[in-house]
Design a protein around this ligand. Structure first.
Ligand code: DGJ
Length: 749
């Protein structure tokens, strides 16, 4: 990893272990993109900016400046002067003029990586340093230098007329090929400027018949992989729902036409942000491609007063020439080493039982205790009390905001219940939905203006609730105290932080008319502040984010919680595609996965208990059913499943994940493999989705093993070399029935 500026050629070279990123200065001071791809040592590629050919640069051919702006590979594009491709920055003056022209001024290269104020971001250095309660984590370039595992390049560009500074930031790490990019905007003029659009990244390149890969979905169908050819014009994904959403995911990749799981080029971008986003690929008239990603400009406008700064969230870039596997490994490594701060990151999480699908709102202390006692007997380690423990909440139409325990259901309060459960030798966890308020609540009665709403217009309800205006500090403070005082009152080891509706009726009583376009981003800053404060006060809390299942499963949330509830769809067959799309970017240790009851509450499907367990093992693992009411046969399987979890979780949590086969492609079977970093152990999960008549054993080709080592297939005494398993394959014997599964554990001998 190294960043160098070559004075003579005016080229910035960013080297990661296997990739090179080049940008440079053309003409007098235009900052252009040169190259991003497989690592090269030679940086002299400035000719790729094509300024030696017509229309040249405006300095030598002013009359064709417009043609230059249509063609030049901009490192950060701006609106209003003639680059008609997607712009990253649109700035408006008080007078209503919208144009911006950026020119290179200077740059800095330094060790370390400054924090992005108020935002989740990748970091350099040990996790321990970042999680010390009360530690000063406001790393300056100076203090970062001590760690030496990360380098940052900041390039200052300026619009002289607007007196606007734009600082492009690039950070690289010595243990991954990922590049973290973000942008800082500073207004040094005497007047306010309005940012109508401010993206975090722009990447121009030539098209090579790329295809676009995105993750699309819906509630209970999150993050399904979708691949399609790139066409001329703009195409992409976005969310304007106030969260990263079920429907689209803040991820976009361009793949070579022939790129497979194991081979070929991939350019991936992932947004470390949980709110509105846009991610686009635009194929131009010259068959060039511009990839962009940032905060969704729809409804966004940020007033930047004189001497104020705006910081964009960061985007992670990954280039791989080893297919999707290569990209996946870089994202996983980056997130494990440089994004997830929780002390739980490398720890086995307690096997939990969540009562949501077990009881929904229909419970009392005795019922919960009865479930806990039985769960404990079966080896389950934590009881999580979900929605319905507070206010008058017996249905979903009231009480959000009233975070006082419902003593009718839970006499003696949470303290009594937590004491009884911890008395069993279990941990106790609790559900909150802190960002919301029900119209039927004491909080709403007292503060109707705290809900996001447009004055004079009835606000839209979603699940009979409104969203609290977390752009207002007094509301953030109130919510924090409401949640923290509950956590202080009892022994609560885990919190599930839920969020069950989108943002609408965007208006805040706390913002002036010209600042209303800031609400959605300020809301996200409020959510981040809340979770940051929670972790500062309760550093060992195991936090699991959730949003109607997996609507806020994004890298922003990972900065605060080491795990996120993946989907309300707990049907193991539906989970295959959901978990495949999720694991494309996220380590398995982040993926909230539970064994639930059948017929499944979402799909009505019946899947063997064993298969449900095997699928949930590829995540955090837990249960979401009433253990007192399932059959004895199923009950009897739980201790064995918990044992499997304890046996394999270190491997699943810390190992390298490989996709072997996808039921989405072959419609018959799904298969993934996790191999320890030292390649001594490997676990293969094979799920037969549909039995095929008159068929024999099937060969699966394993990955990531040591080709020269010998592995024993646990429980069989059979031995194979890594070479055989990877090149010739392993035979999976014929299995009868749909939805059946098998685990193969390989241990080096
Ligand atoms: C949505 C979550 O995804 C569920 O797991 C559950 O916690 C409900 N909310 C409770 O209202």
């Amino acid at each position: 990893m190294e960043i160098t500026y070559f004075e003579e050629e005016r080229v910035f070279q960013i080297q990661t272990p296997n990739t090179t990123y080049l940008c440079g200065i053309a003409g007098k001071d235009w900052l252009g993109h040169i190259y991003y791809g497989k690592r090269m040592e030679d940086h002299r590629a400035g000719y790729l900016m094509r300024t030696e050919e017509a229309p040249f640069t405006p300095e030598v051919n002013l009359r064709e400046k417009a043609s230059f702006l249509e063609l030049f590979p901009m490192e950060y594009s701006t609106w209003g002067i003639g680059d008609f491709r997607e712009d990253c920055l649109k700035v408006r003056t008080e007078q209503g003029y919208s144009a911006c022209e950026l020119h290179y001024v200077s740059h800095w290269i330094f060790d370390g990586k400054p924090e992005l104020p108020g935002l989740p971001a990748t970091f350099e250095g040990s996790v321990e340093k970042h999680m010390q309660p009360g530690a000063d984590t406001s790393a300056s370039p100076e203090s970062c230098r001590e760690n030496g595992k990360c380098q940052t390049l900041e390039i200052l560009c300026r619009d002289e007329i607007l007196k606007l500074d734009v600082i492009l930031s690039y950070s690289v790490f010595d243990d991954t090929d990922a590049i973290a990019r973000s942008v800082r905007i500073e207004n040094h003029s005497q007047e306010a400027l309005y940012l109508d659009r401010v993206y975090s990244v722009c990447l121009d390149m030539e098209d090579k018949e790329y295809e676009m890969l995105t993750l699309a979905g819906a509630w209970a169908r999150e993050r399904h992989m979708e691949r399609r050819p790139l066409a001329h014009g703009r195409q992409g994904v976005a969310s304007g729902r106030g969260e990263s959403s079920h429907q689209e995911h803040p991820f976009l990749a361009l793949l070579g036409k022939h790129t497979t799981q194991e081979a070929g080029e991939v350019y991936g971008m992932h947004f470390v942000y949980s709110g509105n986003f846009t991610a686009q690929a635009e194929k131009t008239q010259y068959d060039h491609v511009r990839m962009t990603m940032g905060i969704n400009p729809e409804g966004f406008c940020w007033k930047l007063a004189p001497e104020e700064t705006f910081q964009t969230p960061e985007v992670i870039l990954v280039y791989s020439d080893c297919g999707l596997d290569g990209m996946t490994h870089e994202f996983h490594r980056l997130y494990r080493n440089h994004l997830i701060r929780s002390p739980w990151l490398h720890q086995k999480r307690p096997v939990l039982l969540n009562n949501w699908e077990a009881t929904y709102f229909n419970f009392d202390a005795e019922k919960i205790f009865e479930i806990a006692r039985e769960a404990k007997r079966l080896g389950i380690e934590m009881l999580v009390l979900d929605d319905g423990w507070f206010g008058e909440r017996d249905t979903d139409d009231c009480s959000l905001g009233d975070w006082q325990v419902n003593e009718k259901k839970l006499p003696g309060g949470l303290t009594a219940l937590a004491d009884r459960i911890t008395g069993l030798g279990m941990k106790f966890g609790l559900w909150f939905e802190p960002e919301m308020v029900s119209p039927k609540s004491r909080l709403y009665e007292a503060h109707p203006d705290w809900a996001i709403q447009i004055p004079g217009r009835p606000a839209t309800q979603g699940r009979a609730q409104y969203v609290l205006d977390l752009s207002r500090q007094e509301i953030v403070d109130y919510v924090y105290e409401a949640v923290a005082s509950v956590l202080r009152s009892a022994e609560i080891s885990y919190v599930k932080w839920d969020m069950n509706r989108h943002l609408t009726d965007l208006s805040s009583y706390g913002l002036s008319g010209e600042r209303q376009g800031e609400l959605s981003h300020r809301y996200m800053l409020g959510v981040y502040q809340l979770q940051e404060r929670l972790l500062q006060e309760f550093p060992n809390l195991l936090l699991e984010n959730c949003s109607s299942g997996g609507a806020r499963f994004d890298p922003g949330m990972l900065y605060y919680s080491p795990q996120i509830w993946c989907s309300d769809d707990t049907d193991a067959m539906e989970r295959l595609a959901i978990q495949e799309g999720t694991a494309l970017l996220y380590p398995l240790s982040c993926i909230g996965a539970h064994v639930s009851d059948c017929p499944n509450h979402v799909t009505g499907r019946v899947v063997p208990f064993e298969t449900r367990g095997h699928v949930a093992l590829a995540g955090t693992f837990g249960y979401e059913l009433d253990v007192t009411r399932i059959s004895e046969e199923e009950q009897n399987q739980i201790p064995g499943q918990v044992e499997l979890y304890h046996k394999y979780n270190d491997l699943v949590r810390e190992g390298d994940y490989y996709r072997i086969a996808s039921a989405g492609d072959n419609h018959l079977y799904d298969c993934w493999q996790v191999t320890s970093q030292d390649r001594r152990r490997s676990l293969v999960t094979y799920i037969q989705v549909r039995a095929r008549p008159n068929y024999h054993s099937r060969t699966i080709m394993l990955k990531g093993l040591d080709k020269d080592a010998v592995y024993e297939l646990e429980g069989t005494g059979k031995r194979y070399s890594g070479e055989l398993l990877m090149r010739a394959g392993l035979l999976v014997p014929e299995m009868k029935g749909d939805y059946v599964s098998v685990l193969y554990s390989l241990v080096q001998v």
